[in-house]
Design a binder for this molecule. Sequence first.
Ligand code: ADP
Ligand code: MG
Length: 275
Amino acid sequence: RQRLSRPERTRVFTTSNQKGGVGKTTTTVNLAAALARAGMRVLVIDIDPQGNASTALNVPHTSDVASVYDVLLDETEIHEAVQDAPDIDGLQVLPATIDLAGAEIELVSLVAREARLQKALDRYMTWREENGQERLDYVFIDCPPSLGLLTVNAFVAAEEVLIPIQAEYYALEGLSQLLKNVQMIQKHLNPRLRLSTILLTMFDSRTNLAVQVAEEVREHFPDQLLETAIPRNVRISEAPSYQQTVLTYDPTSAGAVAYREAAAEIALQGVPAAQ
Ligand code: ADP
Ligand code: MG
């Protein structure tokens, strides 16, 4: 089992792409699991009303469970709502319940509505310190596929944007729109935000199109694109129906190997330099 060195401070990622089905949740939970199994302290914040990350990490997230909804809307603290992932040491989850579906609208009338997650996360880091818990190494926020107030909260709370992309024809077009959104957030709400990491998902090296798109992404984002691409792998897609990540479901599968490699690359990147 690999050991990775801890970053010099907590790295907060938001996994974003306005397209659905590109592997955001899969990437969030598997990278988080790989990092936790390599000895890191990791928190996953599920901010997608679908709650897929909560499901994959096997934490209860029915309506009666304290969740990210309560943190955003109800003054619940993260330390009151966070759960340990039962199958992976060192991994915690702030789950999403279906209540979150109404949060976009409920948030509109609140003070500092774009910064509620960021403030709660700051308080949680302080709470950990004051309660003798070790510093978090990684936080991953799993976003819904839209640029509403939930995603904006993720962009404001994070420092690094992680973009999973499926190597297909419209991938680059989607990427430039996403970059515009990141720049808009940088300008108005969170100057620390940067695109730090791009990961190719469901990659099929046998198709010319996939290889071509990969080359184009590499050309435009040589520093951000990870060397590792995640292959299309049936074990990855099976794992969530067993409430597992592929890391525990089938640790020797090509999917598990690839996510471990991607996690190691991210650890090696270290904290990104100021822009
Ligand atoms: P998003 O969060 O962007 O909507 P998901 O992570 O939920 O996307 O992935 C969409 C679907 O694709 C899911 O059914 C997931 O299991 C599947 N999937 C994701 N990555 C892979 C992969 N590398 N190989 C096979 N299936 C994958
Ligand atoms: Mg998702």
